[in-house]
Design a binder for this molecule. Sequence first.
Ligand code: PLP
Length: 398
Amino acid sequence: MLTEELMQDARKYLMDTYARYPLALVRGHGTKVYDVEGREYLDFLAGIAVNVLGHCHPKVTLALQQQAQQLIHTSNLFYTEPQVRLARVLVEHSFADKVFFCNSGAEANEAAIKLARRWAHAKDGAGRYEIVSMVNSFHGRTLATLTATGQEKVQKGFEPLPEGFRHVPFNDAAALSTAVTSRTAAILVEVVQGEGGVQVATPAFLKACRDISRERGALLMLDEVQTGIGRTGKLFAYEHFGITPDVMTLAKGLGGGVPIGACLATDDAAKAFTPGSHASTFGGNPFVCAAALAVLEVILEDKDILGQCARSGEYFLKGLQELRGRCPAVTAVRGLGLLIGVEVALDARELVHDLRKRGILANATSEHVLRFAPPLVVTTAEIDRVVATLGDVIEARR
Ligand SMILES: *Cc1c(COP(=O)(O)O)cnc(C)c1O
């Protein structure tokens, strides 16, 4: 089907929830995707930080093929080996003792919020229930997670919102200290605000999150849905900062493209859930866990993939900073590993369209911020091409 026809049918049959680019993709390989007409694109968004190993990585594809022939789904009324093995790998490579599996980032945060409330109620009674999160954060689209999200545009029209959420400015330890009280069940924070325009937490702020939550008897919950699984050059972004949380959520990169989320916790926090207190029919089924196991196997066995991501991220940032030096329309460049934001004094959405016309996929998190989140296996030649092309499209818009 041609792109035009597909777009017409989409308008007719799909709910109108996405502002999509006029591009229909049919195939992907590594850092490249191909449209209906056979045109090639360099994918510097990777399904919004999802395809960490690139498209159709042979080990992920093979694991899915094999699992699909063996057992796809059983429900959580039974044990399956891929789920238990995946939990073990996550526990052995993180701060956590226990894992709960679900299907998306929102669901992982929903699990974390429910866990925090039950943990706090058991410890201090029903008066401790508040979740303190950040202005400009993003935690998902369920009612609880959109309430935790510090962006009005996500909440508008869905009132009344659930009670018990408050927001403080990101990277403001003094405001956090005032907001966290004996009513606080947990602090929920992203290590890098992805949807909020690629804002990196300062080490001092994350340390304050850790210290304040501990002092006041609340949990520290990191939303690593976007930053986890190698995106920042470490398996988990908290590893850059010398702190560990009590709870962490994962999703995007975890399955290398299949829908899976996870809520990880210390034993102390995890014991708040008992049989029947939380569940998900699909959560952690053998099919998605087989994919996630393959992703983690590649990342953990190929020791240099994280180092390569860190070096590529630095190389990309340096290239963009040089661009900023000769191009006044670029007003800021920031990021960690291969999660990178470029702030521009132009319409970022128009630049995204310009880049697409030149065969490069990225997106805009807001009117003035471009986001790049390529597969971790991106090459320096590909980065050079993106920096040069960005320079060209900005120049053409001036
Ligand atoms: C994308 C994202 C979510 C929501 O994930 P979904 O899978 O879309 O529900 C939550 N938190 C962060 C930090 C994200 O980037």
